[in-house]
Design a protein around this ligand. Structure first.
Ligand code: PLP
Length: 396
């Protein structure tokens, strides 16, 4: 059977389309400029120059030094390196490190922390996020202990789009830390990059994660910002690349693509206001036209492109399939948790119950979303929900 191509793509939190300017920038590095950035000859040096230009583009975006930007194979790798790398340094000091995170982090943060906890290597605190999906700064303050080596709180959530008070958390950590090195502060800014200010100085973070494919760049490339003098142990061995922290031949084309994508974020940020309007039209339209629908996560502290809505009496997966048949691509939970029948850990953390978690659909818009597409969704969605409620016997 031939796969039907989605025509209205509202799954941008899973991945974004590649910007044509990004592709254009990348193409030479697949063909004529195929050099290894570590080679001394001219081809190698051309690749090196391209890698360093991308580093400059990222540094400009984050307001940091170029030497603080590390290219990684993915944001998942960046998150793992931030956590495991910090823990390994702290362990050498002979203490059992403590990490603070929260229950709605991406698995790329939660899983390494859970693994370290399960194997007895660290103590961990998983803070709640309450009904709004937001971490309370006072909870962070209360949780910090003398052996806390790392606080890892994402800037914005991938499923419900809620935005965390990163600068306030940094303040609390800074007050506790004083002249000492710990606790360090890491934020996963993968979903925030298109919409929020990622000036690391203003945010007050020591470590920050980015991903190429959420910002109209290529898949398989990430960034870890590491503030100068922050000690990290490598987690992979076998090469000198990225100051020995991320060994392996640089993926030059992807690095160039990420650099270009980062550069373009600035211009797409100018459109955030109109994107927010489209998102609000979608949210308000659904909540008004379809009874028993609920927005998941804070309405105010929310990314401009995210609408995560539960449709009471409807299985999210069933609605996803009907929408897909109508040429509309959405997601239930995050892409990474799709395929498993377990309710999303993020929605379950909001304490809204299993049924509401299973009936949630995530619409994530992009800089390319147009009003006509939102109108189309609002036109076809009520009938789909009505149909699914009818066959499941749910009465409004
Ligand atoms: N962190 C967050 C918040 C994400 O949304 C994702 C991807 O869904 C990742 C990390 C992992 O990114 P990558 O696909 O680059 O490994």
């Amino acid at each position: 059977m031939q796969e039907k191509q989605a025509t209205i793509y509202l799954d941008n939190a899973s991945t974004t389309s590649l910007d044509s300017k990004v592709l254009e920038a990348m193409l030479p590095y697949f063909k004529e400029q195929f050099g290894n950035a570590s080679s001394i000859h001219a081809l190698g040096q051309t690749a090196r120059v391209a890698v360093e230009k991308a580093r400059e583009q990222v540094a400009l975006f984050l307001n940091c030094k170029e030497s603080e930007v590390y290219f990684t194979p993915s944001a998942t790798f960046s998150d793992n390196l931030a956590i495991l790398g910090v823990v390994r340094v702290a362990q050498k000091k002979g203490i059992k490190p403590h990490i603070i995170t929260n229950v709605i982090e991406h698995p790329a943060v939660l899983e390494p922390i859970k693994h370290l906890e399960k194997t007895g290597q660290i103590e961990a605190t998983f803070l709640p996020v309450y009904q709004e999906g937001i971490v309370k700064v006072e909870d962070v303050e209360r949780a910090i202990k003398s052996n806390t080596c790392l606080v890892s709180i994402m800037q914005a959530n991938n499923e419900i789009g809620t935005i965390q008070p990163i600068d306030e958390i940094a303040q609390v950590i800074g007050n506790f830390r004083g002249p000492k090195k710990y606790p360090l502060f890491h934020t996963d800014a993968v979903q925030a990059a298109n919409y929020l200010d990622l000036n690391v100085e203003k945010l007050g973070v020591d470590l920050l994660t980015l991903s190429g494919h959420k910002i109209y760049g290529p898949k398989g490339i990430g960034v870890l910002y590491v503030k100068q003098s922050t000690l990290l142990e490598p987690i992979v061995f076998g090469g000198h690349q990225e100051a020995g922290l991320i060994p392996g031949t640089e993926n030059v084309a992807n690095i160039v693509g990420l650099g270009k994508a980062i550069e373009l974020v600035k211009s797409s940020k100018l459109k955030v206001q109109s994107l927010r309007k489209l998102r609000d039209k979608l949210i308000d339209g659904i909540l008004k036209e379809i009874p028993q629908t609920f927005l998941n996560g804070s309405r105010e502290q929310r990314l401009a492109n995210n609408a995560n809505i539960s449709f009471k009496g409807v299985e999210g997966e069933a609605l996803l399939i009907l929408l897909d048949q109508a040429g509309i691509a959405v997601s239930t939970g995050s892409a990474c948790s799709s395929g498993s029948l377990e309710a999303s850990h993020v929605l379950m953390a909001l304490d809204c119950g299993k049924e509401r978690a299973h009936s949630a659909v995530r619409f994530s818009l992009s800089k390319n979303t147009i009003e006509k597409e939102i109108d189309y969704v609002l036109n076809v969605l009520p009938k789909m929900v009505e149909h699914l409620r009818k066959i499941s016997g749910f009465k409004v």
